[in-house]
Design a protein around this ligand. Structure first.
Ligand SMILES: [Zn+2]
Length: 237
């Protein structure tokens, strides 16, 4: 069930076990993938898990903006500070509790949000009478030989499976040619880079030419399965 499409009376009548709160980012994903990639994929994983789980899970409207100042030099990127993000997500999720929705999973699609969503979930669980867990779809699965990167084979494959309409396939070759292998600039075992453009001129880490829809389907299925495990845990705890 999708919260935004439901009426308040339908929600009041429905026994809801878990609310899924998708969180993404609006940030560059190379010349071939859209700024909304992280939000699209978080929503896709949440929606699939909600359909598959045995409990009643409602997908809340997603938050498509996150903590992504590292992409600030690329046009169209929107970001907020970690403190503003934490405050917004905390208050939005805590408001669900007013209507008895006290089991929530934050379904995240952006690496830069990970410390903040984990902190928010932990603090909501500590300070409210709710159980909140953060889940980052690509962090929860084994991607095998396909490394995560950024706008690379993992995200591009997932998009080709979930939202092929938003991928500019004519620019995947160009994106791959200028891509780099590794996130960051590493000195002394430390990533000293502040912004993505320092090490990835077109914003792409990992080669999206290796992406395909079948791989994406497997990745999304695995992520939805892992999320169902988390939903079961949250529903029964
Ligand atoms: Zn991404």
């Amino acid at each position: 069930m999708e919260l935004a499409r439901a009426t308040w009376t339908a929600i009041e009548d429905q026994k809801v076990d878990v609310v899924l709160f998708p969180i993404g980012s609006t940030e560059q994903h190379g010349p071939h993938a859209p700024l909304g990639t992280d939000a699209y994929l978080a929503e896709t994983v949440a929606t699939r898990a909600a359909e598959q789980t045995d409990v009643t899970a409602v997908v809340a409207p997603g938050l498509p903006i996150g903590v992504s100042p590292e992409h600030r030099s690329f046009a169209g990127t929107i970001w907020v500070s970690a403190s503003a993000f934490r405050t917004f997500v905390t208050e939005a999720v805590a408001s669900l509790e007013a209507h008895g929705f006290d089991r929530v999973v934050l379904v995240n699609g952006h690496g830069g949000n990970m410390p903040a969503v984990r902190e928010v979930a932990e603090n909501l669980t500590r300070s409210h009478s709710m159980q909140c867990v953060s889940f980052t779809w690509f962090d929860a699965i084994d991607t095998g030989d396909v490394r995560m990167g950024h706008a690379g084979p993992v995200e591009t494959s997932a998009l080709l499976a979930a939202r092929p309409d938003v991928v500019d396939c004519d620019r995947i070759a160009e994106a791959g040619e200028a891509s780099v292998d590794r996130w960051g600039t590493w000195i002394g075992g430390t990533n000293v880079a502040v912004d993505t453009e320092e090490f990835a001129p077109n914003g792409v880490v990992g080669d999206p030419r290796l992406a395909d829809a079948n791989t994406g389907e497997q990745l999304l299925a695995a992520a939805a399965e892992r999320l169902c495990e988390v939903i079961d845990y949250v529903a029964s705890s």
